[in-house]
Design a protein. Structure first.
Length: 676
């Protein structure tokens, strides 16, 4: 898209500069010793060298003194051309504007290439040199002010003009205007490909009040750092503040910028884009490893503001300037519920999406994306209706992949009906789910866990013998909440070197902080064990590991489940910090019957199957029953027949052998003969 008024403005100014250029060419031609030489500009003859040594040829410095004075172009009142707007934004002087026009002349009219080659005394150099550009503008090369404009003036610092051929003396260096600057002056609003790769659209989400921040920016604040909580959005607050000042927003992905081979050069291009479009720079997320003073300096599009967004603390080493530190407020459940309803307003929804996702800690921008993802998921459904599962799947889609590299992700595939547990255990599990669902209201809105930097996390301990259903129960709780289950592999955690285990755990907790999921530490007593009396260095460092975990659990915002076979081995300090302790006893006969039926339900069964006998006679845990059922299924598949009682008895025998138990006739009763 080209603005005709912007092009007309450029051409008008260029014609006035052309008049001065014609006068300069005419003066140089009048003193040219060999105007008809076809190889002029390609070599120096002996006569030409003698004339140079004798000082006879007119230099550009002398020609400038003989040029008539040129009138300064003054814009009409109320002019809104892009050139004038850019001059105001970058604080360009009239001389800067003229130099910019000289540098851009070749890109607007090819005739100027030949003229500049003639003035450069080199037909191969078709861009204006520093000396020629200053001469065209009526400024002597010896002028300090003129040289300063092309060495450290706003044209150079703002990236509007590039001085090339740095190996040449300063007067002979060529001037070039980047393609993006010329395109902007002509009315084209497409950023460079390099910049487009690291820019992100500003989210159009109605959340956040930037009134106070806008007032601070209006009073001259140029650097702001917005620290956001897990449910707040610094980007939305910053964009709202810039919009109140009539400024656009250039939103930069700092992670993509950090991956660039030359991050500083890319940042300077972003800063130039902000100046061209008169926009403030919004950059995030800020990380301790990705941010540096060099990068922030290159990213700064002074005199426009820079607003950084992150969740870590500000490091004074990043900038000599003192930033305005702003703590972004948290979004409430009601605000996120309103966002869900707003995005899903025209969808077929018969439930409250806010209530269905109350267990998810999400930013307003994530809510908007998750709601749109739910709408897309509904398009492949039979009735095109947005369901609770679609909404929760959209919310889970906002989880990052960092935790998957440290823990095994499990998509819940079981429910409450798959459990066969005592009433007290089932009640305790439902309490875990309720705490996770309402933690933000109780711990956040009602502040029932004040002080100490405590997070919104829920910690539960599942204690019981192996195979009693601890892992399955964790999966059921995750499925009830619509969350993924992440099982921490102790092989990736425990390290023989001092301090490495703590680092691994810290990485897991950091990754889990940005994920809405259930974190399961199986065999938790291996890392959450009791502290002991210090007798040697091993005891000291083992206690340091436990103390670190105690502190990390306090600040965790997610749902953590510790599963152990030996509850007595868990440190009492951990027990105090646990919200719920769930005991898993061995199943009784009634529960074993339910387990046998659930495990064998998918299989074809013979009429001889006596599950009542199995539940009464074989005292197995839930895990043992499931293992025996799988073995029976293999035996039935091999025989190509329904599951028979003989196959079940043989499967139980295999399970007894694994457990080191004897297969006595009294326990197997009338089916003992089948073992032969």
């Amino acid at each position: 898209m080209t603005g005709s008024s912007d092009v007309a403005e450029l051409l008008t100014r260029l014609r006035r500069l052309e008049e001065h250029l014609r006068a300069l060419v005419a003066l140089k031609r009048s003193t040219d010793p060999a105007p008809d030489d076809p190889f002029r500009g390609l070599y120096l003859s002996d006569d030409a060298i003698d004339r140079v040594l004798d000082g006879e040829p007119e230099s550009l410095l002398r020609l400038v003194e003989r040029l008539p004075a040129r009138e300064t172009v003054v814009s009409e009142p109320g002019s809104t051309s892009r050139l004038e707007a850019l001059a105001a934004t970058c604080r360009l002087s009239p001389l800067d504007v003229d130099l910019l026009l000289v540098a851009v002349a070749c890109d607007l009219d090819p005739r100027f290439e030949q003229l500049f080659g003639y003035l450069n005394d080199d037909v191969t150099r078709r861009r204006p040199s520093v000396a020629v550009a200053l001469a065209v503008c009526g400024v002597a090369l010896a002028s300090v002010a003129g040289r300063e404009r092309l060495s450290c003036g706003p044209l150079i610092t703002c990236g509007l003009v590039v001085v090339e051929d740095l190996d040449r003396p300063f007067p002979g260096r060529a001037l070039r205007v980047p393609d993006r600057v010329l395109a902007h002056l002509l009315g084209i609003d497409v950023p460079d490909e390099l910049v487009a790769q690291i820019l992100r659209p500003v989210p159009e989400v109605d959340w956040g009040d930037g009134t106070e921040l806008a007032d601070a920016l209006a009073m001259g604040t140029k650097l702001v750092y917005l620290r956001e909580p897990p449910t707040g959005s610094g980007m939305l607050v910053a964009a709202n503040a810039l919009a109140r000042l009539g400024l656009r927003s250039v939103c930069v992905d700092l992670e993509a910028l950090g991956r660039h081979s030359d991050a500083a050069a890319a940042a300077r291009c972003v800063a130039r884009e902000a100046r061209l479009t008169r926009a403030g720079v919004l950059a995030g997320p800020v990380s301790e490893k990705g941010m540096s003073a060099e990068l922030l300096s290159a990213l700064s599009p002074l005199p426009l503001p820079v607003l950084l967004v992150g969740s870590c603390s500000w490091d004074p080493a990043w900038s000599a300037a003192v930033p305005l530190l702003v703590d972004v407020p948290k979004s409430t459940l009601s605000e996120r519920g309103s966002l869900w309803r707003e995005v899903l307003a025209d969808a077929d929804v018969d439930f409250d999406a806010g209530d269905a996702t109350s267990q998810f800690l999400m930013r307003p921008t994530q809510v908007a994306r998750a709601a749109e993802a739910a709408r897309l998921q509904a398009r492949i459904a039979d009735d095109r209706r947005v369901t609770v599962e679609h909404v929760r799947a959209g919310a889970r889609g906002e989880n990052g992949s960092a935790l998957q590299r440290l823990a095994r992700r499990v998509e819940p595939a079981v429910g409450w009906t798959d459990l066969a547990l005592p009433v007290s255990t089932m009640t305790a599990l439902q309490e875990v789910a309720a705490r996770a669902r309402h933690r933000e209201r109780v711990l956040g809105d009602w502040a029932m866990r004040p002080g100490g930097g405590r997070g919104f996390g829920v910690a539960a301990l599942f204690a019981g013998d192996s195979g009693t259903g601890k892992t399955m129960s964790a999966e059921v709780v995750a499925g009830e909440l619509g969350l993924d289950l992440y099982v921490v592999d102790l092989a990736t955690v425990v390290d023989k070197y001092v301090g490495e285990t703590e680092k691994n755990l810290d990485r897991i907790f950091d990754a889990a902080a940005g994920v809405n999921g259930v974190l399961l530490f199986d065999e938790a007593d291996a890392v959450f064990g009791k502290r002991s009396e210090v007798k040697d260095a091993h005891d000291r460092y083992a206690n340091v590991e436990s103390a670190f975990l105690l502190q990390r659990m306090e600040s965790f915002d997610g749902l953590a489940i510790l599963a152990t076979n030996l509850r007595a081995n868990i440190d009492e300090a951990f027990t105090r910090r646990l919200d719920v302790i769930v005991d898993f006893p061995m199943p009784d006969a009634g529960q074993r019957l339910v387990l046998w039926r659930n495990c064998l339900r998918p299989l074809p069964q013979s009429e001889s199957l006596d599950l009542e006998f199995c539940s009464e006679s074989f005292e197995l845990s839930g895990g043992g029953i499931r293992s025996a059922a799988v073995t029976a299924a293999y035996l039935a598949a091999n025989a190509d027949s329904p599951v028979t009682m003989a196959q079940v008895v043989m499967a139980v025998q295999r399970e007894y052998r694994k457990l080191g138990r004897l297969c006595v006739e009294q326990e197997f009763g009338r089916y003992h003969a089948m073992l032969a």
